[in-house]
Write a protein that binds this ligand. Structure first.
Ligand code: NAD
Ligand code: MG
Length: 392
């Protein structure tokens, strides 16, 4: 029996994980669940999955949950970052699904890594912020890091398991990272100025949380994924080529020196990479609809347009700058996306804010978490100022 801790259980990835778990009660049980403030949803999950430990992001939410669960005194309810980290490193679970969105997931995800867990990584922002430190922690603890971001899981599946961080040794020429292009793929720069949060969140192929939906629409998601791929597979942006593939059926590819290109295909459904990570190296049913290639008929590929979607370029530049630059990029993006979702910033200004914050960032070596969080705070403050100036 594999005991799981799911960080971000009430989110899109969290709920997809629980759907896979539900199909395999003989294989998986839930030790701990965490969420931000959605008390009612968490109470429902507790009644179904009977975790031993639950953590809410703040104490008022935890207090409300304790009241809701008064008839289930065996469930311990904690709160805050300390509680999240305690859940992540608890020895009772061997596997942690890191599915909190954004920088809020860094400490708990890193706690799971440092505790040597099997870590299913969805929370790409954590890796983007702390790259080298994160991968050093994986090596030091012997944690089993399995990517469940669909593209990275596809790349992982197309590599020999012994060479995931040794692409040269595996004879890899390059990684072909696919992107849907998002809902505004064919919009003109002029049209991008007036798009709404509702339009940005209506992704053509995937149903996801709001933040990653906006990131997909700006192509920042692909930028974060480019950085994620560089850390996971120990490579550089020059060896990763983004291919816009609007059907989202090929989840990414690996090209080898002999000309072979291996691809992983499947319906755009997160339960496939999640099930792959949960059961790895075995294969289990994920409840995913089989692919009907006859119905699909054909695939398309385009180059990304970094004129209309500068976020991809900004992410590559931040990775090349190194140190704390990706943490600044991530923080500025989180602030700009939140402002866009709140109706305070226009879509086309998201990259403008990020570019200015990056230009004002004094990049430091990202040697410890204090430096990384200091950069995160400074970039957020800078972004908020710019957002206030450009407010709509
Ligand atoms: P979501 O918004 O649906 O869910 C986020 C989860 O994190 C929720 O459970 C929420 O309660 C929790 N959370 C948010 N803020 C928190 C805080 N401050 N403290 C503690 N918990 C907090 O997001 P999602 O779409 O499930 O994405 C989660 C992560 O997975 C993101 O990093 C995203 O980039 C990545 N990812 C998502 C998908 C997808 O299909 N949704 C695919 C690939 C990667
Ligand atoms: Mg992805």
């Amino acid at each position: 029996m594999r005991k799981l801790t799911i960080l971000g259980a009430t989110g899109s990835v969290g709920l997809n994980t629980l759907d896979v778990v539900r199909r395999h009660p003989e294989r998986f049980s839930v030790h701990a669940l965490t969420a931000c403030t959605r008390v009612a949803e968490m109470a429902t999950l507790c009644r179904e999955f009977a975790p031993a430990l639950v953590v809410m992001a703040d104490e008022p939410a935890a207090a409300r949950l304790r009241l809701e669960l008064a008839d289930l005194p065996a469930i311990q309810v904690l709160s805050g970052q300390d509680g999240l980290c305690q859940a992540a490193e608890d020895t009772a679970a061997c596997t942690v699904v890191a599915a909190i969105v954004g920088a809020a997931g860094l400490l708990p995800t890193l706690a799971a890594v440092r505790a040597g867990k099997r870590v299913l990584l969805a929370n790409k922002e954590a890796l983007v912020m702390s790259g080298q430190l994160f991968m050093d922690a994986v090596t030091a603890s012997g944690a089993e890091l399995l990517p469940i971001d669909s593209e990275h899981n596809a790349i992982f599946q197309c590599l020999p398991p012994t060479h995931v961080r040794n692409l040269d040794g595996a004879g890899v020429r390059r990684i072909l990272l696919t992107a849907s292009g998002g809902p505004f793929r064919s919009y003109t720069a002029e049209q991008l100025k007036t798009v709404t949060p509702a339009q940005a969140c209506a992704h053509p192929n995937w149903s996801m949380g709001q933040k990653i939906s906006v990131d997909s629409a700006t192509l920042m998601n692909k930028g974060l994924e480019l950085i994620e791929a560089c850390w996971l597979f120990d490579t550089t942006p020059g060896c990763v080529e983004v291919h816009v593939h609007p059907e989202s059926i090929i989840h990414s590819m690996v090209e080898y020196l002999d000309g072979s290109v291996l691809a992983q295909l499947g319906s755009p459904d997160m339960r496939t990479p999640i099930a792959n990570g949960l059961a790895w190296p075995e294969r289990i049913d994920a409840g995913v609809a089989p692919l009907d290639l006859f119905a699909l008929g054909r695939f398309h590929f385009e180059r990304p347009d970094v004129q209309r979607f500068p976020c991809l370029r900004l992410a590559a530049e931040a990775f090349e700058a190194g140190g704390t630059a990706p943490a600044a990029l991530n923080a500025a993006n989180e602030e700009a996306v939140a402002a866009f979702l709140a109706g305070r910033l226009c879509f086309a200004d998201i990259p403008v804010v990020i570019e200015r914050v990056l230009a004002a960032t004094e990049v430091q070596p990202a040697t410890d978490l204090d430096v990384i969080f200091a950069c995160d705070r400074q970039a957020r403050a800078g972004a908020r100022e710019l957002i206030a100036q450009r407010a709509i």
